[in-house]
Design a protein around this ligand. Sequence first.
Ligand SMILES: [Zn+2]
Length: 531
Amino acid sequence: MDLLFKNATIVDGTGKPAFKGNVGVENEKLLIVNDEVKAERIVDAEGLIISPGFIDAHSHGDGIYGRDFAQLCKTSQGVTTEVCGQCGSTFYPVNAATLGDLQNLLSVICPSFDSDMVNWKDLKTYKQYLSSLNLTCNTALFTGHSAIRIAVMGYEDRKPTSSELDKMKSLLKEAMEEGSRGMTTGLIYPPGVFSDTDELVELCKVMAPYDGIYATHLRNESYDFVNAVKEAIEIGKRAGVRVQLSHHKAYGKKNWGLTKETLRLVSEANAEGQRISIDQYPYEASMTHFNVLIPPKYFNGGINNLIKSLKDRRTRETIRGEILDENSAFDNYYQNCGGFEGVFASALPATPQYDGMFVSDIATMLKKDPFDTYFDLVIDNNGSGSGIYFSIGEEDICRVIMDPNVMVGSDGICKAMDEKGHPRAWGTFPHAICYFNKQKHLMSLEEIIRKMTSLPAERLMLKGKGTIADGMDADLVVFNYEELQDMASYKCSNLTTKGIKYVVVNGEVVYEDMHLTGKYPGRFLAHTTNV
Ligand SMILES: [Zn+2]
């Protein structure tokens, strides 16, 4: 054997009760062994839990692939596989003519762009880039609908013509042939928001023969949350594809409790034969573009138009009125957060002096109107940067994780080691264990681990992953249950977890004694239809 963890408490990922045993690794595969066996390296895991490596079902790690802090961010919390390409945003397919628009979309997850990006016209060329990187985690990839749309029609706020739709379909088909898991959408963000249900159904039909998954950042997570879930279910049904609802939450105090209805709709659809699953991050705030408070129609024609609108005094006042309208017909983050007291400047590239402050506090400090403060920050940062939005209820968080269709996904974004970010990027997996199991006693350790291992492996068709059993892939995490504690917080987001002892990816130890070992066994996991 290459490696043997002796006398461990095995939580095998299936949800069955933990048991004592030895877990061996040979040729990148696992073997549970009872007797004394010889191994190149033997680790005494007495008193430690060993479980399958965690699967991040919803990762934006593709924004920072291969960077040192990216490896530490994911690996230090026990993640061994991340599922990327989420919320409509991917780094391919690139059309050189609209590269700037695509980079603007991706700027929320990516600190700087590779000069080679102009060549990533399809998944095939992008995979070549991927294989040149130092990866500690395995990575599976979706294809972003927004990326496809930008490649074909830029930021146009209209239906595609039939030839444009054909072009989009062929780009998606090409990606499926290269091992994409399916298509993701970001339906609150331009240009995803410009698409209608029929467009998405037509595209999803392309991936039905590949058993592709439609993963969606819903059109609305607040006042129209229920209808947005209905739309996703309808798309899955009409196109005959699996559906994954991303980072499930009822956004905005007025909407707390709507998860009762959304979870009911999903279980009803599944009872009727659909295949719908859900991911969730266990926190009360979300994080996305800093510009997300501005109604989507102002993004028509790209960021330059948006900045022009904000600089025009009269349009600025109109926008302020639309945001202040409690019955506005867009996903109104200002209303969801209860005003600028709930809007946190997280990472603003041109004005980093305000990172880590609420917009209301920045306004007070500058003795300036809060709306003008916010609009000027958007202008100063040319529409880039990210914010954190406090508006998710604890009861909903707990209800969602208890649902049988729900798994854990970080939705984490981290663009630099020294930034102020959202703690989910560094803490989601240990936080889910500490919060749901240790603190709230909502479920057993075995069950919350199942939701990070075998459940995502099964629903996202990650063959060989998510269970400790003979012949499965050697992706493991070893931790001390008592010591386990996520350290990342809103004030200090980029801190590593306490209590994680070893992380193993494809049979190699990538993390030990709170340090990366310098091994990069992570690889691209192609989606194949015969799983
Ligand atoms: Zn999203």
